[in-house]
Design a protein around this ligand. Structure first.
Ligand code: ZN
Length: 253
């Protein structure tokens, strides 16, 4: 499902790629804008969308640069309509490192929000169709993005923070198990609330996706642990086994 992506450019060696479905979202935003108010509205809605996703990229770069600081390779950042995803070679299992790498993403959003606040002010909930309104809308979007990502729903940032905190006391696999299950319960509740109470099906879909992603990542950690255990057992057996090519007993004189 992560196929069909287009490579854009590289940032410090990290490939930035856009999933094809992102262009559907862009086309939808353009159409909505056009229908609501012609060219001016079209430029506004596509401009907001592109600026919003530029902030998503900066959020992922926050994670990525912190990871690279710890020597973790980052292959690419994939942009999808539901958000961005940085693909690391391996997520460090030291809780302190995972904590810093994870916190760096939302920290970027809060930093952008703080800068915008200083430049255009906080604003209200109706946005004038000018640079100030654009900045205020982007400010609110960044605050929301930062806070939303901090929800303790694994594998979102908040869930990773929870895992890292649990991993200071529990083995990594148990910590992942608990973080993933707490996240799944919360994601299921959020999806039901979004669908049946607020009739916001996009948010419901998003939480359903997060539920599946949390489950998939827990299984990946479990599989890696089982493989590690398998190879450790193999190695132990090989070293414990008597040497095969024992010298044949010499015949006595
Ligand atoms: Zn993040």
């Amino acid at each position: 499902m992560f196929g069909w992506s287009i490579n854009l450019f590289r940032i410090r060696g990290i490939q930035l790629a856009v999933h094809a479905s992102f262009f559907l979202l862009l086309a939808y935003a353009a159409y909505e804008g056009w229908a609501a108010g012609g060219w001016e509205q079209l430029l506004w809605s596509t401009g907001i969308l592109l600026a919003f996703f530029a902030c998503v990229v900066l959020h992922e770069l926050g994670h990525s640069f912190t990871a690279m600081h710890f020597g973790v390779g980052v292959r690419r950042i994939l942009l999808m309509p539901i958000g961005g995803m940085a693909e690391f070679d391996a997520i460090p299992r030291q809780p302190s490192r995972e904590l810093l790498i994870t916190l760096a993403g939302p920290a970027v959003n809060f930093l952008i929000a703080a800068i915008l606040w200083a430049v255009v002010g906080f604003g209200g909930d109706d946005y004038p169709a000018d640079a100030e309104g654009f900045g205020q809308l982007l400010l609110h979007a960044n605050l929301l993005m930062g806070l939303f990502n901090l929800l303790p729903v694994f594998p979102m940032d908040g869930g990773r923070i929870l895992r890292a905190l649990l991993a200071t006391r529990l083995p990594y696999l148990r910590a992942t198990f608990w973080a993933a299950n707490i996240g799944k319960v919360l994601a299921a509740i959020a999806a039901c609330l979004a669908a049946f109470v607020f009739h916001n099906y996009l948010t419901a879909f998003l939480f359903a996706f997060i539920y599946l992603a949390g489950d998939a990542e827990y299984r990946a950690v479990l599989r890696r642990d089982l493989e590690d255990a398998h190879w450790r057992a193999m190695a132990a057996r090989m070293y414990a086994a008597p040497a095969v090519a024992e010298e044949p007993p010499l015949l006595g004189p």
